[in-house]
Design a protein around this ligand. Structure first.
Ligand SMILES: Cc1cc2nc3c(=O)[nH]c(=O)nc-3n(C[C@H](O)[C@H](O)[C@H](O)COP(=O)(O)OP(=O)(O)OC[C@H]3O[C@@H](n4cnc5c(N)ncnc54)[C@H](O)[C@@H]3O)c2cc1C
Length: 402
């Protein structure tokens, strides 16, 4: 067992930390207030290679491993959740699915420009009437002579109005006995005829990000844009979530760290009853819990990243990591506001943004309740992961870097 980060890991970590500190933190409050994504964020993430960080060089990426992806997400979310959300959808839920399930032609056509950051990608699973209950979705893809015709609406889609490509899951078999079996996954170019997108306004958090909807009306998608086989949509969606949840867990770990650092700084400066508030045991207890949560969340996501590197199935470990880290980041952010007293209740300090941002991650990519059901299911023997036709490839430096 080796707990050391490699030279490459530290390099990636430092590069993203520098970007966040110099280019994100100074202006993030302003964009959060405006409820808009800063226009330079996606191009800069592309320029720095972040949007293709763990994709093999031969597919336009930077050739780093899956642990590097986690470290990138931790650093990004320590600055602002909206940047990590970009990685969750563009990389975890979309590009890594192309790497796992895509044909060579699909990789060349879609993965290469996404990994280079020339195209941005999103993921459409949720519908207005179906979130946790994925198989309850209503959107359809009807087979026609040269492809499929898609009709339906995807809701709460991160980067809906910024992305060029979407991976969407639609119902192809209306009569399937088991509704999970009747779903298929498609790559949809969002400039296709019949696609409209829009932003959702008035969100509690991730205000400097983009969350929206994608409506599809008689959208023709060529047969070669079917990802995997017909009927594999549910399995593909779940394997996407194994990667998306990993990025959310690593990011939430970064948010715990940010809450801890802000609280330590404030506790050392603010005085009450003639001494720094950090000298009071009840404040120390809050700080201690943040340290505990940060260290535990970090170990859980790094283990999941290590398992991905080894090519081991990690649905159970990633779910645990995501559930733990997101609940813990919400609790840490709430305590950070408490440590800041009234100042924590205003946007003069970052901690109120941390609290608003942390709540979203307890809801998306499987609510905490869904993860509790999963963990209980594994423990009780009700749930077991069978082999997939396509598994996320193990990290092989020779393949990735050449
Ligand atoms: C900021 C943000 C970004 C998002 N980005 C994306 C995206 O890019 N792509 C995408 O596809 N989706 C995205 N989503 C949607 C997200 O994945 C869903 O909101 C989530 O899956 C929950 O679904 P729901 O909101 O429909 O809640 P519901 O499924 O309706 O759940 C409502 C409540 O009931 C509980 N519940 C439901 N079923 C059970 C059960 N069986 N047992 C116990 N409790 C249960 C839930 O835990 C929750 O508390 C995003 C959401 C947000 C807030």
């Amino acid at each position: 067992m080796d707990f050391q980060l490699s030279e490459e890991h530290r390099m990636v970590q430092n590069m993203v930390r520098e970007f966040s500190q110099k280019e994100v933190i100074p202006t993030i409050k302003e964009w959060d207030r405006k409820q808009e994504m800063a226009p330079n964020i996606l191009p800069r993430m592309a320029e720095l290679g972040i949007l293709g960080i763990n994709i093999p060089v031969r597919y336009g990426g930077q050739g780093f491993d899956y642990i590097s992806l986690g470290l990138v997400c931790e650093e990004l979310e320590a600055a602002d959740t909206t940047l990590r959300v970009v990685m969750s959808v563009h990389m975890g839920l979309n590009s890594m699915a192309l790497l796992t399930w895509g044909t060579e032609e699909q990789k060349q056509k879609f993965l290469v420009p996404q990994a280079k950051g020339e195209k941005y990608a999103c993921f459409g699973l949720t519908e207005p009437g179906a979130g946790s209950d994925v198989a309850g979705m209503k959107g359809t893809a009807k087979k026609v002579a040269d492809g499929y015709v898609l009709n339906g609406e995807k809701m709460w889609i991160s980067l809906a109005t910024k992305a060029h490509n979407a991976l969407v899951v639609m119902r192809t078999d209306m009569d399937a006995k088991d509704p999970h079996e009747g779903l298929s996954a498609f790559i949809v170019e969002l400039d296709s005829k019949g696609v409209t997108t829009g932003d959702i306004h008035g969100k509690m958090g991730v205000r400097a990000g983009s969350t929206g909807w994608i409506a599809m009306q008689d959208v023709h998608v060529p047969a070669e844009n079917l990802l995997g086989e017909e009927g594999e949509g549910f399995k593909i969606a779940m394997s996407c979530l194994d990667n998306g949840r990993y990025t959310v867990a690593a990011g939430a770990t970064g948010l715990i760290r940010a809450s801890l650092e802000a609280s330590v700084k404030y506790a050392n400066e603010r005085k009450a009853f003639g001494r720094e508030i950090g000298k009071f045991q009840l404040v120390q207890q809050k700080i201690a819990y943040m340290v505990q949560k940060y260290e535990a969340a970090r170990l859980l996501y790094l283990r999941a990243g290590w398992m991905k590197n080894q090519g081991q199935r990690n649905t159970r470990e990633t779910s645990l990591s995501k559930w733990y880290a997101t609940d813990a980041s919400f609790e840490a952010a709430a305590e950070a506001v408490q440590v800041h007293g009234a100042y924590g209740y205003s946007d003069e300090y970052d901690v109120e943004r941390y609290l608003r941002n942390s709540k979203g991650a307890v809801i998306y990519e499987g609510t905490s309740e869904v993860h509790q059901l999963m963990q209980a299911g594994y423990a009780l023997g009700y749930r077991e992961d069978g082999p997939l036709r396509c598994e996320l490839p193990a990290y092989d430096p020779d393949f990735w870097q050449n």
